[in-house]
Design a protein around this ligand. Sequence first.
Ligand code: FES
Length: 141
Amino acid sequence: MQTGSEEQITVAAAADNPLAPSTASETQTDVENQAQENSWQPANIKFVKEDRLVVAANGANLRFKALENGIDLYTLMGKMMNCGGYGQCGTCIVEIVEGMENLSPRTEAENRKLKKRPDSYRLACQTLVHGPVSVVTKPGK
Ligand code: FES
């Protein structure tokens, strides 16, 4: 009963918009196709000093992907004293040299820890990757 009224609404919308799908089944197919396309988008991470390219899923945590792939994020002090990824120690600092727009925004923890650092610096443990980026580990002060 409700299916018929939904189809009428879709057809009515199609009459106003030449780009709109003409039937309810087309609408469903389009939604499924779009979901399939967006389900796994690579967010390649280039580690510049190490000359390594790591393939990550959209939304991957930068610290996790680095450690998982044997990328050394920490100085000696950081190795001994890091907070384990909770944004408290500031030792997982990295510089983003390309693709800053493909990262999650700075967190409050980063705003506190990176106050005196350039905008291109991030805490890897607080950063989610949504597209291609180039990263310099252990950047200078
Ligand atoms: S690991 Fe401590 S701030 Fe990232």
